[in-house]
Write a protein that binds this ligand. Structure first.
Ligand code: ATR
Length: 270
């Protein structure tokens, strides 16, 4: 069977092996998908060893996406834009590096029938997760993206990086305006905390999305939005599965059933 894996540190809790094995099972394909714990400074050695053992490709998660970017021979446009690689494919032409995080995010918004055209988007957070989705948002049909972060200076440096007149940076204190779409890309939900966002912004939103996910499909943030009357509030499991499906397609040329995988993953999460 063809061999794949996910590289990162920590890696024990990665759901990628479950997701990709389910993809393969439902497509009647035979693959093996493992986890590789990458020691500090050990990325290249681990990648070479995996290739030597017959690996066809691998996914990359924190903190190795830049190492992967530097490792590959050829970069896709998405990887170049992101400055990071989450999908590596070994081919006879060399090692390809791609990035499916952006397309996974945008595809999930489409799946949830979000209207990006002309939207005023509020993006909460300015860490790695926020950075990964800011570029795809800028390239989308959204009219404006306001990045707000607890540490306002980090929102500013993230906005400066993308250098687009569609992007504005704010602290929570100076936030103003109406946002039809609110995306929580901060890690607040992982700590069962809420970002210091005034209820009035949430009440006016048509759509709320949290990159964090849970078995139940709701996070503290989506629950808050629902309690304030926002009926379209979703967690980020769909995005995780969409980016995995895009990687699977890069490797194997076939597209897995995303809805079936979401249902399956909700059933196995704890
Ligand atoms: P990730 O890779 O998940 O993006 P990160 O790079 O450590 O993780 O970034 C975490 C982000 O979540 C930051 O924007 C952080 O805000 P600060 O820059 O002010 O630290 C944000 N964050 C974490 N906990 C938060 C909370 N309780 N409320 C609001 N923002 C929070």
């Amino acid at each position: 069977s063809d061999k794949y894996a996910v590289f990162g540190n920590p890696i024990a809790h990665s759901l990628s092996p479950l997701i990709h094995t389910f993809f393969a099972n439902t497509l009647n394909e035979d693959i093996e998908y493992g986890r590789v714990l990458v020691e500090d400074g050990g990325f290249v050695k681990a990648a070479e060893a995996f290739k030597a053992s017959g690996g066809k490709g691998f996914n990359v998660t924190a903190p190795c996406k830049i190492d992967a970017f530097n490792f590959v021979d050829k970069l896709s446009d998405a990887a170049k834009t992101a400055g990071a690689v989450n999908t590596v494919k070994f081919t006879s032409d060399g090692v390809l590096g791609d990035n499916t995080d952006g397309v996974g995010f945008i595809s999930d918004l489409k799946r949830l029938q979000v209207k990006l055209e002309g939207a005023d988007v509020l993006l909460i957070g300015a860490g790695g997760a926020a950075q990964g989705i800011l570029y795809p948002l800028v390239k989308s049909e959204a009219a404006k993206i306001t990045v707000v972060n607890r540490t306002a200076s980090k929102a500013l440096s993230l906005a400066q990086k993308v250098n687009s007149d569609k992007v504005e940076a704010k602290g929570f204190d100076s936030l103003c305006g109406d946002f039809s779409i609110i995306i929580n890309a901060s890690s607040s939900s992982l700590f069962k905390e809420l970002p210091p966002l005034d209820d009035s912004f949430i009440k006016k939103a048509e759509f709320v999305y949290d990159l964090a996910y849970t078995k139940e499909g709701s996070t503290v943030f989506t629950q808050k939005a629902q309690s304030l009357g926002v009926s379209s509030a979703f967690d980020g499991l769909g995005m995780l599965i969409m980016q995995a499906a895009a990687s699977y397609e890069i490797w194997r040329g076939v597209c897995p059933d995303v809805e079936a995988t979401i249902t399956y993953m909700r059933s196995v999460l704890s």
